[in-house]
Unconditional design. Structure first.
Length: 253
């Protein structure tokens, strides 16, 4: 497989696909991301009861499909019956919950994908199964995760795939410090990760981005829907910006 062809910096990552306009974590949102000029898409994955890797952000399907069950309590055949599009708008009724192989098949050869692991380390063998058939090419596929040990095990099982350690999030209501950033860098290097993917609550400047990159790590930021902030991050030298609005943000930049 080819590497992601774009050399412009930063790369634009479509958060759960083009999720501002389309139902998140569906094939419709993934395909719309390419139409809107995204370089990569970001998706969330969980494990079904019978071992399928499916796209879902939340613990259950309640918000996006009106089903209070978690994927771990359902077989793929029943997950397939859910409507994952009608909640967004009536024209998306009938959108189904994709599997990881279906999402990967929707990624053109010159684009890439960030796969956020929302399950525990029990999903790692299934990821290895689904990513091995020629799709696990460094530079085209990233694994991202908030849970250090899960990401460490995933990287050990799939060393050819880049791994980004997720950190931050405004919901934590924390003041981010230099010491915290240095700690994340130390952890990422020790585990053999390829970079950090930091929440936009992190007040990154050019010096901090250079410090991350000087350690041999990529530095990415999520989720940015503000043009002024995005321009600041571009000036800081960030590697990618994740956004719900890839087409809009590309135009602003």
């Amino acid at each position: 497989m080819a590497r992601v062809a774009s050399t412009k910096k930063p790369l634009i990552v479509a958060h759960r696909g083009a999720s501002w306009d389309f139902p998140e974590n569906t094939l419709a949102s993934i395909r719309a991301a390419w139409a809107q000029g995204a370089d990569l898409v970001e998706i969330d994955v969980r494990l079904s009861r019978d071992g399928a890797v499916v796209l879902l952000h939340d613990d259950t399907f309640q918000r996006t499909a009106g089903c209070a069950l978690a994927p771990e309590a359902m077989d793929l055949a029943d997950i397939r019956k859910l409507d994952a599009g009608a909640w967004k708008a009536s024209q998306f009724a009938g959108e189904r919950v994709p599997t990881l192989p279906e999402a990967l098949a929707a990624v053109p050869r010159d684009k890439g994908i960030l796969i956020e692991i929302k399950a525990g380390d029990t999903i790692v063998p299934a990821l290895r199964r689904d990513l091995q058939p020629g799709l696990a090419t460094a530079g085209r596929v990233y694994l991202i995760c908030f849970h250090y040990e899960t990401l460490r095990q995933a990287k050990a099982a799939l060393p050819e795939i880049k791994a980004l350690y997720l950190a931050g999030g405004a919901w934590e209501n924390k003041v981010r410090t230099e010491a915290e950033l240095d700690g994340l860098v130390t952890q990422a290097v020790a585990a053999g990760f390829d970079g950090l993917d930091l929440g936009d609550d992190w007040p990154l400047d050019a010096a901090q981005v250079r410090r991350v990159q000087a350690a041999g790590l990529e530095c990415h930021v999520w989720t940015v829907n503000d043009a002024t902030r995005a321009r600041q991050l571009v000036a800081a030298g960030i590697d990618s910006i994740t956004t719900d609005r890839p087409g809009w943000l590309r135009a602003q930049l």
